[in-house]
Design a protein around this ligand. Structure first.
Ligand code: FRU
Length: 512
């Protein structure tokens, strides 16, 4: 009898243990790919990341939170991961800030400095940082009530280190809209209230609040404007001044339906009076024409600077990119501005100055390079490889391409197509491309500048390139995964181009 009991007990234990160790419980991690690990683009050390969240500057520190699944390399129950930086270049990953709870997973949102303690969360004069995020309730989703996403709060009284969820959550209930998420909140000084910009399926809904806890609907925007190839997500609304005049910029990410298919971010420029956004024109405009810049929004509390950062991937293949043990990184932080070209007003993005200031380690300057058909620069650019910045300028822009390659035959081609008047990145043969048929291809963005000359800044970081043309009027961000580093560079031009100046700088490895 005793033996029987022991046997039964040990069998039960074995079953329990083997259940706990089933492969399904812990997904396999593919072999590590340090060669693709970015140096100055933020990525968590391990596991899955998507959208940037809660970006805020406070007391000398930039806080970057992010959609994170710490237990897998594919999208799963969302947490807010956390990283901090003194300068937007050196990032330190911090403990996870927000975990899923009984109200749901923690989807995208923003964070504000509640200087006047309007929320009442502040204690003993400590200014609260308040996060406003979407709770996504997977159980409720199954019931198909369309009410599974709602907005909630968390606050920090130790400058962002630890967070407490508000016991009165949610603060904004869902009226029955299946996509009701990604609150971006900022203080609207003229009307002395908080404004929430919320993605609500195929439009943006604006809400206002005196205290972050009670929200009143103000207006809707965009049902019939802009691109509608997919659901609207991750909006942002902020003012920018050009020649003394203030304009309001509304960013709206859309997935799918981007200009080169999949995920991308469009924007509108207009006026906002605290209640209603009125666009100045109806053209569809894109922040970035590359395939890998999504869900980008701007930091709160940065004074006159408007700093944007996006997720450097695309939902078409984000779950398949061949990196390990992490998946996905952020774009480099970018300074936004407005520029008038003829009758059109455009948003420009340029890498924040901190990046080249902090990272350059010696540079090579070449002048007056006449490219007649083909010029091989490989021997002139020492240690050409994976982490560097290239700047080019010409007084007369003509058809040309930069071809980065290796002895394996991988090629990444970046250029200007005069006939189409467009910049492009062609990663069709850039190395590992077969993990998704949506990955390889040539992706172009129209040139907006009308000057005869042009300048280009290119940032490379192991597995990504960001192209800022004409001082940020046309931007393209793309990933690539070469079999070996691309250590050769040729310039080609069938029309013949004179490169006035080419600047090459290695960028030092900075991420811990
Ligand atoms: C955008 C998005 C958001 C959502 C989050 C979920 O990439 O779909 O709309 O809050 O990702 O992870």
């Amino acid at each position: 009898m005793k033996n029987c009991l022991l046997l039964a007990l040990s069998l039960a234990l074995t079953v329990q243990i083997s259940q706990a160790q089933t492969p399904a419980a812990k997904p396999a991690i593919p072999p590590a790919t340090p060669q693709f690990r970015p140096a100055y683009h933020f990525s968590p050390a391990r596991m899955w990341m998507n959208d940037p969240n809660g970006m805020v500057y406070y007391k000398g520190t930039y806080h970057l939170f992010f959609q994170h699944y710490p237990d897998g390399m594919e999208w799963g129950p969302m947490h807010w991961g956390h990283a901090t930086s003194p300068d937007l270049v050196h990032w330190q990953e911090q403990p996870i800030a927000l975990f899923p709870d009984k109200l749901g997973w923690i989807f995208s949102g923003s964070a504000v400095v509640d200087e006047n303690n309007t929320s009442g969360f502040g204690k003993n004069g400590q200014v609260p940082l308040v996060a406003i995020f979407t709770h996504h309730n997977a159980e409720e989703e199954k019931k198909k009530t369309n009410k599974h996403q709602y907005q909630s709060l968390a606050y920090s009284l130790d400058e962002g280190k630890t967070w407490t969820k508000y016991e009165g959550n949610p603060v904004l209930n869902n009226p029955g809209i299946p996509d009701f998420r990604d609150p971006k909140v900022s203080w609207h000084a003229p009307s002395k209230k908080w404004v929430m910009t919320l993605a609500t399926k195929d439009r943006i809904t604006f809400f206002s609040s005196p205290n972050l806890k009670e929200w009143t609907k103000e207006s809707e925007f965009g049902e019939k404007l802009g691109a509608h190839g997919g659901v609207w997500e991750c909006p942002d609304l902020f003012p920018l001044t050009l020649e003394g005049k203030t304009h309001w910029v509304l960013l709206v990410s859309i997935n799918p339906g981007g200009p080169n298919s999949g995920s991308a971010t469009q924007y509108f420029i207009g006026q906002f009076d605290g209640k209603t956004f009125t666009p100045a024109d109806t053209q569809t405009k894109w922040v970035d024409y590359g395939k890998d810049d999504y869900a980008g929004v701007t930091y709160n509390n940065t004074g006159a600077r408007r700093i944007f950062q996006g997720w450097m991937s695309n939902w078409e293949y984000a779950n398949q990119v061949p990196t390990s043990p992490w998946r996905n990184a952020m774009t480099v932080p970018r300074e936004l501005a407005l520029r008038q070209v003829g009758a059109d007003l455009w948003l420009t993005s340029q890498p924040v100055k901190e990046v080249s200031q902090a990272l350059q380690t010696g540079s090579v300057k070449l002048q007056k390079l006449a490219v007649l058909k083909e010029l091989d620069l490989s021997s002139k650019l020492p240690n050409l490889g994976d982490k560097f910045q290239l700047k080019l300028s010409t007084k007369l822009l003509k058809d040309f391409s930069l071809i980065l390659s290796n002895s394996r035959g991988d090629e990444l081609v970046i250029g200007y197509d005069q006939k189409a008047n467009a910049y492009y990145i062609d990663r069709s043969k850039s190395g590992m491309v077969a993990f998704s048929d949506k990955f390889p291809g040539r992706h172009a963005g129209p040139r907006r500048a009308v000057t005869p000359g042009a300048d280009l800044t290119l940032l490379f970081d192991a597995s990504s390139v960001e192209l800022f043309a004409d001082n940020g009027l046309t931007v393209l961000t793309e990933l690539y995964f070469p079999h070996e580093p691309l250590t050769k560079l040729k310039v080609k031009s069938s029309a013949g181009v004179l490169i006035q100046e080419l600047n090459y700088a290695r960028l030092a490895n900075v991420v811990k």
